[in-house]
Design a protein around this ligand. Structure first.
Ligand SMILES: Nc1ncnc2c1ncn2[C@@H]1O[C@H](COP(=O)(O)OP(=O)(O)OP(=O)(O)O)[C@@H](O)[C@H]1O
Ligand SMILES: [Mg+2]
Length: 275
């Protein structure tokens, strides 16, 4: 069982986390950090009831990682089986909060995941901070979405507590908006002249993404590399500085939602700083 009682509250103030609210229970090695927006949502929904319901949902996610609340479309792959869990919150909590919520948890089998070269996914703290920066930049510079169609998914909070799974000291949970009725953008492997395989998308199938990646229409008839999309998204989100070099802006991290007019809107659910 995860406990959230007897919380100490403080508000952190580095530029990245300005406005974040953190509750900690040091004796249980527990912390919950919420963005300002999420804090307001939880307060309006009723703090005590919400936190108890989330606590129960996380306990359930730990015991039932691939159960009916799992929303990982790749849960049958190695990464889905070992590296992470992605769940939705039970309908009653979502109704109370007034929004759909996804919870990504690290580490189902960290030892095996590392052996398979999939990484430990133990870094949801960095992902939370980075996605928050991207989300804030998109809201500031492109409130209607980049190119009117591409938005950054909103992170809500991060929960950390100790774990007694082998190879894992801390269990992390990233809470974020849950994207509903969406499909990952299709990826194709393109063999480059160097012999490397790069991921690309079909410009005809995703013309609005093509227009972002290739605003002058130079490659418009071809398959477009996700790397080119990542470059343009990085420029659009950081117009005041050089640009952000984004990694992992690939099809499985971009969910497409079909609008009534048949066109898609796109939500970037996951990105990393390019190392
Ligand atoms: N916010 C969300 N809303 C809806 N579905 C989600 C959300 N976040 C994750 N998912 C589902 O879970 C899958 C895995 O999530 P995600 O890509 O974030 O995991 P990951 O461990 O970071 O994987 P990778 O590093 O390979 O990208 C997604 O492809 C999607 O199906
Ligand atoms: Mg991902």
């Amino acid at each position: 069982m995860i406990y959230m009682s007897h919380c100490a509250l403080y508000s952190s103030a580095t530029p990245e986390t300005a406005g974040f609210i953190t509750y900690t229970v040091p004796e249980q090695d527990f912390s919950l950090t919420l963005t300002q927006e999420a804090h307001q949502i939880v307060r309006s929904a009723g703090w005590l009831t919400t936190r108890k319901a989330i606590e129960a949902a996380l306990t359930d996610a730990l015991t039932n990682p691939h159960g009916e609340l799992s929303i990982d479309q790749y849960k049958d792959t190695d990464a889905g089986r070992t590296a992470r869990t992605v769940h939705r919150l039970p309908a009653a909590i979502e109704e109370r909060l007034g929004l759909p919520v996804a919870v990504k948890g690290t580490g189902l089998d960290v030892v095996r995941s590392i052996q398979m070269g999939l990484g430990s996914r133990a870094n949801l703290t960095d992902q939370f901070h980075f996605m928050h920066r991207l989300y804030a930049a998109q809201q500031k510079y492109h409130p209607g979405g980049i190119g009117g169609v591409l938005s950054v998914n909103r992170p809500l909070g991060l929960i950390k507590h100790s774990s007694n799974r082998p190879g894992q000291h801390t269990q992390e949970w990233l809470l974020m908006d849950r994207v509903v009725d969406a499909q990952p953008v299709e990826e194709m492997g393109i063999c480059m002249t160097s012999g490397d395989i790069e991921l690309a998308f079909d410009a005809h199938k995703y013309p609005d993404l093509a227009a972002i990646a290739d605003p002058y229409g130079i490659f418009r008839d071809d398959d477009i590399l996700f790397e080119d999309l990542a470059t343009k998204v990085g420029e659009q989100l950081a117009p005041d500085i050089f640009s952000w070099e984004l990694g992992d802006v690939v099809g499985h991290n971009i969910l497409a939602q079909q609008r009534p007019d048949g066109r898609n809107t796109y939500i970037l659910i996951d990105a990393q700083p390019n190392r």
